[in-house]
Design a binder for this molecule. Structure first.
Ligand code: G3D
Ligand code: MG
Length: 186
């Protein structure tokens, strides 16, 4: 009988201040939404373990989730914390169009820090968060077009609410699958 394969991944969560990075990882790891978190000063991390079966193979994955402060003052130290990440989330806030326009800057910072030459080899999911709030319904189409134009590869975009938990498990499963595929383990 096949054994469960144990894996460990470092996943970093990036995006502008206040898009919901801390809320999303806390809700996912602790199972509830807290109204208020201190603005993340620098860096913090939480871990979460999940079981997953891919092509009849069982995996037990420990995710180390790095909550990296979005303020530009941290840019210099951020590069050091990003190193060694096997995957990334880049968040924007669907109720704040500016945060979508900054996705590009986050991708540049990430690929530089990780020295990624080929974007198709980087497990990355862009997340539009706060879908429980009212937002312009055309934004989803615009976000997809924006990413497609900037990058030749298809970057997955998903939508979540860190408040209600909608889309949350799905997006963590998606990035975990992408990271497992990227390890090429036999
Ligand atoms: P950050 O870690 O990206 O800086 P936070 O963002 O997780 O600190 O969240 C910033 C603010 O947005 C917080 O509100 C938080 O409660 C709120 N928030 C985060 N995710 C969601 C969401 O999915 N829906 C809604 N409605 N609000 C969300 P405050 O009031 O503390 O600034
Ligand atoms: Mg935070």
């Amino acid at each position: 009988m096949e054994m469960t394969e144990k894996l460990k991944f470092k996943l970093c969560i990036l995006g502008d201040a206040s898009v919901g990075k801390t809320s999303l990882i806390h809700h996912y790891c602790e199972g509830y939404f807290r109204e208020s978190y201190l603005s993340t000063i620098g860096v913090a991390f939480l871990t979460k373990t999940l079981d997953m079966t891919i092509n009849n193979r069982d995996f037990n994955v420990t995710l180390q989730l790095w909550d990296i402060g979005g303020q530009s003052i941290f840019q210099k130290i951020r590069a050091n914390y990003l190193k060694g990440s096997q995957g990334a989330f880049i968040l924007f806030d669907v109720s704040n169009k500016n945060t979508l326009m900054h996705i590009d800057d986050w991708i540049v910072e990430l690929t530089r820090a990780l020295n990624v030459k080929d974007m198709s080899k980087l497990p990355l999911v862009v997340i539009g968060n706060k879908i429980d709030l009212d937002f312009d319904s055309r934004l989803k189409k615009r976000a997809a077009e924006f990413l497609k134009k900037q990058y030749k590869i298809e970057i997955p975009i998903t939508y979540t609410s860190a408040k209600t938990g909608k889309g949350m498990n799905e997006v963590f499963e998606l990035i975990t699958k992408l990271m497992i595929k990227n390890t090429n383990i036999r």
